[in-house]
Write a protein that binds this ligand. Structure first.
Ligand SMILES: [Zn+2]
Length: 458
C-alpha cells in the first residue's frame, strides 16, 4: 500500500489549505455534491450566480457599464437566460484593448494574478484571475480528475509541452511539496528526441504513476514510440487524461491499446481552467457548470442539441476580471439526455479546438506545435495570427496575419526564433494574409505537418 497517499490527502492537503488560506477544500466538498443535483437546480444556481456577476460587472467594470448601457441591458431586470444575448460577445481583441477597464475597481492588483494564453488562435492574451477564483479552479480540477480515478495523493505523470506550468523545484520545501503532496512527475514534451522518449519509459517505470495528464498529441506520440519500437516493459497507468489539443478517435484508440486503460478527454483553457471533462461513460464531456455558463451559437442564435456552434463562455466566479460572453474561438455541440453516471451536469462535445501537429527541426528534433504557440508566436510582437506549415524537412511556410504592432523588427524577431527553435539551417518563407480561417468543424490548425514525426524517433 502507498502510505504517502493518505498522508497527502488527510494531512498535507488540509495543511496546505490552512497555510495558503485556500478555500479549495470547501469548494471541493460542494462540487462533489452539486454534480448530482437535478438539472433544474443546477440551472437555478447558474442563474443566481450569473445575475450576481452581471450586477457586479456593471457596478465595478467601466467596460461593462458602457457595454450594457449601449445595449440597453439592465442587469437588475435580468430574469431570463435569453436576455443575455442582448450583450455583445466579448472578443479576444476586446480584452487586448481594454484590460484595465475590464478589471473590477473593487479589486487591488495584489488580489489578482496576471495570466497569459499562448498564441494558438491568435496573438497572446493577458488577463487577470482573482485569487479566490484560483481556489474554485483547483477544486474543479480535483473533481474532474476524480472522474478518471485520481485522488489527492495519487502519483501523476504530466506529459506537457509548456514548462511554465511545471512546479519549480526551488528549495527543500518545494521539493517536499512536489514529492509528497503534489506527487507529480513532469515530462517536458515541448521538444522530443529518441533519447528523451527512452528516458520517459525509464522515468515512468521508476515513478509508477497511477494517472497520466498529457497534451493529446504528446501522449499519442509516446504511445506510438512504445508500439513501433516494440517496447514491452513500460508503465501502464490506470487512466489517461488528455487535454490542450484535439484528440482524434485514431489517437484515442492507439493510446488505449498501448496503455490498456481508458482515455478521459478534457477541454479547458487558461482563461477559465477546466471547461468540461469526460466521465466514466466517455459519452460527451460534462461541463463545469457551477462555475461556467456556456452558450453554443451560430449566427447569434443557440444551436439545437448535437449541432455544432461557436462556444461562448461566461465565468460565474472570476469577480476580479469578469469574462461575460467570451468568444473563445472554439466550436462544440450541446448534448441532451441524462448520463448513466448519474451526474446532471450538462454535457457537450468538443468538435473544434487547437490542432497542432509536431514539427521537425533542421537537426531532426521533433518539437510540439502546441509549445511553439507559447514559445515562438506568443513572444513576437506584431503577429495577430499565425500558422506554420511543414511540407518537407528543412523548409517551413509561415502564414502570418499582421497586428497593429507589426514593424520591421517583427521579421527580425521571427528569424531569430526560427534559428533558436528550428536551427540555423531551416529555410522558411513568410506569406502574409488577412485571415487564417478555421476548418469547417471549427478546428484552428496552428501547425500543419506532412512529415511523420515517428521517422525521427525510431
Ligand atoms: Zn457522466
Amino acid at each position: 500500500m502507498d502510505i504517502f497517499k493518505p498522508i497527502a490527502k488527510y494531512l498535507l492537503d488540509p495543511l496546505y489549505a490552512f497555510h495558503e488560506d485556500s478555500s479549495h477544500p470547501e469548494f471541493s466538498e460542494e462540487y462533489e455534491k452539486t454534480q448530482f443535483m437535478t438539472k433544474e437546480k443546477i440551472a437555478d444556481q447558474q442563474f443566481f450566480l450569473l445575475k450576481n456577476m452581471l450586477i457586479h460587472a456593471y457596478h465595478n467594470c467601466s467596460f461593462y457599464k458602457n457595454r450594457f448601457d449601449q445595449a440597453s441591458f439592465n442587469p437588475f431586470k435580468f430574469y431570463d437566460f435569453d436576455e443575455l444575448k442582448k450583450i455583445p460577445t466579448l472578443t479576444k481583441q476586446d480584452i487586448q484593448q481594454n484590460l484595465e477597464d475590464l478589471t473590477a475597481s473593487n479589486y487591488t492588483k495584489d488580489q489578482l494574478l496576471l495570466n497569459q494564453t499562448g498564441g494558438s488562435t491568435g496573438s497572446p492574451l493577458k488577463f487577470y484571475v482573482d485569487l479566490q477564483r484560483l481556489h474554485s479552479r483547483k477544486a474543479s480540477t480535483y473533481r474532474h480528475d476524480r472522474w478518471a480515478g485520481w485522488d489527492i495523493g495519487s502519483k501523476t505523470a504530466v506529459l506537457w509541452g509548456h514548462q511554465g506550468d511545471f512546479l519549480p523545484q526551488e528549495n527543500w520545501k518545494t521539493k517536499l511539496r512536489d514529492n509528497y503532496y503534489e506527487r507529480k512527475l513532469f515530462l517536458d514534451t515541448s521538444s522530443i528526441t529518441q533519447e528523451k522518449m527512452s528516458a520517459f519509459v525509464k522515468q515512468l517505470k521508476e515513478f509508477q504513476p497511477e494517472i497520466y495528464l498529457a497534451y493529446a498529441n504528446s501522449m499519442f506520440l509516446y504511445a506510438r514510440f512504445i508500439k513501433e519500437n516494440n517496447i514491452k516493459d513500460y508503465n501502464r497507468p490506470n487512466a489517461i487524461i488528455t487535454s490542450a489539443e484535439v484528440l482524434t478517435p485514431e489517437q484515442r484508440k492507439t493510446i488505449e491499446e498501448v496503455f490498456e486503460c481508458r482515455v478521459f478527454n478534457r477541454y479547458g483553457c487558461r482563461e477559465t481552467s477546466i471547461i468540461a471533462s469526460e466521465c466514466s461513460e466517455h459519452n460527451g464531456l460534462h461541463i463545469s457548470s457551477e462555475a461556467l455558463y456556456l452558450e453554443f451559437q451560430q449566427n447569434g442564435k443557440d444551436v439545437d442539441v448535437n449541432e455544432t456552434g461557436k462556444i461562448i463562455i461566461t465565468d460565474l466566479l472570476n469577480f476580479g476580471m469578469p469574462l461575460i460572453r467570451y468568444q473563445i474561438e472554439d466550436a462544440g455541440a450541446p448534448l441532451a439526455g441524462y448520463c448513466p453516471c448519474g451526474r446532471s451536469l450538462p454535457r457537450m462535445d468538443i468538435s473544434g479546438g487547437r490542432v497542432t501537429d509536431f514539427l521537425v527541426t533542421s537537426d531532426r528534433k521533433v518539437i510540439s506545435g502546441a509549445s511553439m504557440t507559447i514559445y515562438f508566436i506568443a513572444v513576437i510582437n506584431g503577429i495577430a495570427q499565425a500558422q506554420i506549415i511543414q511540407n518537407k524537412v528543412d523548409e517551413l511556410i509561415l502564414k502570418i496575419v499582421k497586428s497593429s504592432l507589426f514593424s520591421d523588427k517583427t521579421e527580425k524577431e521571427i528569424a531569430l526564433k526560427i534559428a533558436e527553435y528550428f536551427g540555423t539551417n531551416m529555410q522558411y518563407t513568410i506569406e502574409y494574409t488577412d485571415n487564417i480561417p478555421v476548418t469547417a468543424s471549427g478546428k484552428y490548425r496552428f501547425s500543419i505537418s506532412h512529415i511523420d514525426p515517428m521517422e525521427y524517433l525510431s
